[in-house]
Design a protein around this ligand. Structure first.
Ligand code: ATP
Ligand code: MG
Length: 410
């Protein structure tokens, strides 16, 4: 796809009427906030559309347009100030992106976001594209009707029933052992469209982030190795040797194929499972994609010479996409609201004095005023010279903060 005529949008420029080059983002969460920071560092002005007056990104942006995502007035205001628009979450109505595209370049486009919003479409897309790199998705069945429920093949059980739309952080998912549990789970999910996925023996999980430009140029970060706890990302580790090299290469190739197949423009993250198939490396299975920067890519801000948010800015604005170089091994620890409570459930302030004294500790807090269990409040990235040192510091940080699951981070 060639770039719209209004691109590139050069940073730090003003039009004849004195209006600054402004980039917009749909959504005001932490991903929007880190996008805003990256855009502003380059000299852009920013606009955020989010109905929440206290949104993390709205609080740091030049413009905060507080309307619902589908509201025509809000979209008109956003289009009026922005030279290009992106999104920070996949559940914005695709029709809103379509509307905006009538006024300014939008990356990623409505069609790509629509695929990522729907697990059924997403899986067909993976079959058509990732298969090129020899990577399949988990065996699954679509369940939209009682007949489809009855026809589920026995080999998909035990499995995980996932709503086709609106799932995140393990929400909208139920683990089921047999047909009775499956029927009960589908009833509990109010018979919305779902997919049943076979429960796979996971050896590990990983993700790959790429950025693709309007001209089809693509750059990739190295695969991130991820540890989830209770369906939410807890730890990301990125350094040489975090994964078998052959698997890492295949995950990158599959991600690029997925992006090329739909002419994707912007930053894309694809999540993979590594399953135990008896081989030494294990086999790669594609799980899902996010049409935006991803939690597993936050380490890029501190460990790479260009971050996933910098590349989001470059891609949407039609600027060149430099290949990122990771200069330090990194471990990222997610900071959920749980960290703000002690074992007895009393509110506390985490011991930032001790955390910030650690070498190579980069603390990012998202400006959310209320901590709740499971809510993403911030993250901590540890960088250093060598993997052993980074691991040791990450363990110290986890012990100071009382984080679960870090044992598996080495
Ligand atoms: P996200 O926040 O990444 O969007 P999500 O709610 O969309 O999460 P998934 O990525 O589908 O959920 O699943 C969450 C986690 O549950 C996975 O990272 C993995 O740990 C586990 N999981 C999901 N599907 C399977 C499967 N088929 N077999 C084994 N484990 C699975
Ligand atoms: Mg996921």
């Amino acid at each position: 796809m060639s770039a719209p005529a209004s691109l590139p949008v050069f940073p730090g420029t003003f039009d004849a009427a004195g209006r600054p080059a402004t980039l917009g983002v749909m959504g005001g969460g932490q991903l929007g906030r880190m996008f805003v920071h990256a855009a502003q560092r380059l000299g852009y002005f920013t606009a955020v559309l989010d109905p929440d007056q206290q949104s993390p990104a709205g609080r740091v942006s030049h413009h905060h347009i507080a309307f619902a995502y589908g509201d025509a007035q809000g979209l008109a205001q956003l289009a009026a100030v922005c030279a290009a628009v992106t999104t920070e979450f996949e559940n914005v109505p695709a029709s809103a992106l379509q509307t905006l595209a009538g006024s300014c370049p939008v990356a990623p486009g409505a069609a790509a976001v629509a695929i990522a919003q729907d697990r059924i479409q997403e899986k067909s897309h993976f079959t058509a594209s990732a298969g090129v790199a020899g990577v399949t998705c988990a065996p699954y069945a679509v369940i939209e009707t009682p007949d489809q429920l009855k026809a589920v093949p026995a080999n998909l059980l035990p499995g995980i029933l996932k709503t086709a739309r609106m799932g995140y952080d393990g929400k909208g998912q139920m683990r089921v052992k047999d047909r009775n549990e499956l029927a009960a789970a589908w009833a509990e999910l109010e018979h919305v469209a779902c997919v049943l996925e076979k429960m796979l023996p996971l050896k590990a999980e990983c993700s790959v982030i790429v950025a693709r430009g309007w001209d089809g140029a693509i750059v990739a970060f190295p695969p991130q190795r991820n540890l989830h706890v209770d369906g939410i990302l807890a730890v990301t580790e990125v350094y040489e040797g975090n994964m078998p090299p052959a698997l890492a290469a295949r995950a990158q190739a599959a991600t690029k194929a997925i992006a090329h197949h739909i002419g994707y423009v912007g930053v894309l993250c694809v999540e993979f499972f590594v399953i135990d198939d008896g081989s030494a490396d294990g086999a790669l299975v594609v799980n899902e994609m996010a049409p935006r920067p991803h939690n597993s890519g936050h380490y890029t801000m501190d460990a790479c010479d260009v971050s996933q948010f910098d590349l989001q800015v470059h891609a949407m604005a039609g600027l060149p996409l430099p290949a990122p170089r990771q200069h330090s091994p990194a471990i990222m620890l997610n900071l959920l609201g749980d960290v703000w409570f002690d074992a007895a459930g009393n509110a506390r302030t985490p011991d930032w004095q001790a955390v910030l004294a650690l070498p190579g500790a980069h603390l990012h807090l998202y400006g959310k005023s209320e901590a709740r269990p499971g809510r993403k409040m911030g993250h901590l990235t540890i960088t250093g010279h060598d993997v052993a040192g980074v691991r040791a510091t990450a363990r110290q940080a986890a012990s100071i903060l009382g984080l679960p699951g870090i044992k598996d981070a080495g």
